[in-house]
Design a binder for this molecule. Structure first.
Ligand code: PAZ
Length: 304
């Protein structure tokens, strides 16, 4: 059974920090509307589907938030203000360059045991400086607002609030919906309150999620430039599914990608046409990023 989006919001309580996020979203969009800036909402990372209200276990997906965090940096580079709506603990713009062991590998410690000094290794100084400058610029100019979700329900509430804040920007807003959002969920009233007992195999019934692109395009941000993503693992379905989504929701573009090759190739699908953007193996090995091509392509279309 599929519930309607109205049903979803009626039956699922908003996250506790929603009012605070709404305030931040409104202030951010008002400021950039007044400044005449374009604003993009980038959604990033995967949503979880909790199996219990007191959540011990949940269904998750593979998304690391690479597409969203990399794209956010390129949008900033092209002068857009960015609302980065991302899954807690997934990749974030700028800090993504320095995660885990990669960060420690950049550093050196002086031999003086009394007063050790930690510095960036000379061979990494250039890269750290470049990223740090861009990061500081984005924050000093207040061009980047980050808001987080974890569960599917939190994502839907936050997405609607972000759209409400973006609506006054009309065609100066882009929605770049790169998050991997669950297609199935357990409605709140069907979820176990406590940790599911392991005394026998549980029967878990998932429902189809309401199709949120429908109200988003027709009601919440009807004048915005809306770009959704379509991920498949069976190539023969990719273009047809992307086109079905376009015909159903009437938004501007679908960016279609295959799980296995998503970092090297995407297909830009519009109502009229579709074409490939890709990197050669050499470009990929040199650290070039497909998101730069995607963002450049979108911005040209947005301007037109
Ligand atoms: O986050 P990531 O870089 O690992 O993956 C990006 C992606 C494949 C989740 C994104 O490009 C995408 O296709 N998102 C939409 C997925 C879907 O719901 O079809």
């Amino acid at each position: 059974m599929v519930s309607t989006w109205e049903d979803f919001y009626a039956k699922h309580p908003p996250p506790q920090d929603l009012a605070q996020n709404e305030q931040a979203l409104k202030e951010f969009t008002r400021k950039h509307l007044e400044a005449g800036n374009k604003v993009v909402l980038v959604t990033s990372g995967g949503t979880t589907v909790p199996l219990e209200h007191n959540t011990v276990r949940f269904v998750d997906n593979f998304s690391a938030g690479t597409r969203g965090s990399v794209s956010a940096e390129y949008f900033l580079e092209y002068g857009y203000a960015v609302i980065f709506m991302y899954r807690v603990k997934s990749l974030e713009p700028f800090s993504r360059h320095f995660i885990g062991q990669k960060f420690l590998d950049l550093l050196q410690i002086s031999d003086n045991n009394e007063n050790p000094v930690i510095t960036v290794l000379p061979e990494h100084t250039q890269k750290v400086t470049t990223v740090l400058r861009k990061y500081r610029e984005a924050f000093n100019e207040k061009k980047l607002l980050q808001v987080t979700f974890t569960t599917f329900s939190e994502y839907l509430w936050l997405l609607r609030s972000a759209c409400q804040a973006l609506a006054p920007l009309e065609n100066k807003a882009i929605l770049y919906l790169a998050a991997a959002v669950s297609d199935f969920y357990i409605p709140s009233n069907e979820m176990s309150i406590h940790k599911i007992s392991s005394s026998g195999p549980p029967t878990i019934s998932l429902q189809l999620v309401p199709k949120i692109l429908a109200p988003l395009v027709s009601l919440w941000v009807p004048k915005a430039f809306v770009v959704s993503f379509k991920l498949e693992t069976d190539e023969s379905l990719l273009i047809s599914k992307a086109r079905t989504a376009l015909n159903k929701y009437h938004h501007n573009l679908v960016i279609a990608n295959m799980l296995q090759t998503r970092k090297q190739q995407v297909i830009i699908v519009s109502k009229e046409t579709n074409y490939v953007l890709s990197l050669t193996n050499e470009q990929l090995d040199n650290g070039e990023e497909i998101e730069q091509l995607i963002v450049r392509d979108l911005i040209e279309k947005h301007i037109k």
